[in-house]
Design a protein around this ligand. Structure first.
Ligand code: 5GP
Length: 361
């Protein structure tokens, strides 16, 4: 495990509210318990539970959102989540979150995202860098630091943001999120994710917003095939997103199309096993895709909810699929090619991995 922690890693599928430390959730729940908003003893075991079905996961998210949807807490969890990823040598993080309204406290989708940005700036254990939209490699250096100056000596993590559309949202609400993403491009927002309970909503509801996003140059990743829904899976693949997450319930035609379009897959091993979206690790589609040299990237999904870390996902892959250190290193490095940031960032990350090669031997 120590080696997996030392390995530089790229995280491309992490939901902010799924990545919160248990200790923080418990602390927040205790405070709301004292205020009489919730009954602490009822939620404590829900937070600490290890096995959860997909349905239970979405119930837990409803609880987490009650605990976290205020500006101060959004700022806090953003800071903590970034510091946690950086502490296990994640060198590039695409963090996704659903901009939320909370009228009772005057929260708009924009002010929610501003709190996220404050959290980014508050990170103190590591230098946080990001590449705004359309910056060429030459001028990249100057645009990087968003907290204290990156002095080249301290650890650095790139943090880019993806805004999520929740499947419960209407077309208008999805469009609002896309427009917000476009307005926040200079602050490191690179794209749009479609997520939320996969048994809720219809693909056609989000399609206009996703098309609008694409027309305006935002990158798109879709949660695809988390439940058996052949029509939707085909429609999503026909859209040709830049990446898909999960791909658990694909049939032969879906694999063919995925491979034909060469769409990278964000693989979340622990999440898929805990939610029973895949019955056991030895039948996980990681193996087929890996052997076919299809683009894949290991990700956590929800490090807090599934009690995992990106280092642990590499360890799980190594022991389940017999990967050695060389293969794990290459797997981690390959992920650079599927990030949404520009070539300048890719070049910088390649250098980071090349430097690490010597240390990790
Ligand atoms: P947030 O966007 O609030 O920061 O992170 C939590 C949200 O991400 C959840 O409410 C849900 O919409 C989405 N999410 C987290 N994990 C999963 C997952 O495994 N599958 C899907 N479809 N959505 C998820």
């Amino acid at each position: 495990m120590e080696w997996c922690v030392s390995l530089p890693k790229v995280e491309l599928h992490a939901h902010l509210n799924g990545s919160i430390r248990d200790s923080t959730l418990l602390e927040l729940a205790r405070v709301l318990g004292e205020k009489g908003v919730i009954v602490f003893s009822d939620v404590e075991h829900v937070i600490l539970k290890n096995d959860r079905s997909l349905t239970e996961v979405f119930k837990l998210f409803d609880l987490i959102h009650i605990l976290t949807t205020d500006h101060t807490t959004v700022k806090r969890i953003t800071q903590e989540v970034i510091e946690d990823f950086a502490s296990e040598n994640v060198v590039y993080l695409e963090l996704r979150t659903t901009p939320k309204r909370n009228d009772s406290i005057g929260m708009t989708k924009r002010s929610y995202m501003e709190a996220v940005m404050e959290g980014l700036r508050a990170v103190s254990t590591v230098d946080v860098a990001f590449a705004p939209h359309n910056v060429d490699a030459g001028s990249l250096r100057e645009s990087l630091p968003i907290n204290d100056a990156c002095d080249g000596k301290r650890k650095k993590i790139y943090v880019q943001l993806l805004l999520s559309i929740d499947r419960r949202e209407s077309t208008a609400s999805a469009m609002e999120t896309v427009k917000l993403a476009l307005e926040m491009r200079d602050l490191g927002v690179l794209g749009i994710d479609l997520s939320g309970n996969p048994v809720v909503g219809e693909w056609m509801t989000y399609l206009p917003a996703l098309e609008f996003a694409r027309e305006h140059g935002l990158y798109i990743t879709l949660h695809c095939g988390e439940v058996p829904n052949p029509k939707e899976i085909q429609a999503m693949l026909d859209f040709i997103p830049q990446r898909v997450g999960h791909a658990c319930y694909f049939e032969d035609d879906d694999w063919k199309k995925l491979k034909h379009f060469n769409i990278p897959v964000e693989i979340c091993l622990t999440s898929n096993i805990v939610t029973a979206s895949v019955s056991s690790i030895d039948v996980h589609h990681f193996a087929d895709l890996y052997n076919a040299k299809h683009p894949i990237v290991l990700c956590t999904d929800d490090a807090g909810v599934f009690s995992t870390s990106l280092s642990n996902e590499y360890k799980v892959a190594a022991s389940a699929f017999g990967l050695g250190k060389r293969e794990m290193f290459q797997l981690a490095k390959n992920a650079i090619e599927f990030i949404f940031a520009d070539d300048g960032v890719k070049q910088d990350l390649r250098k980071t991995f090349d430097l690490a090669t010597k240390k990790l031997d």
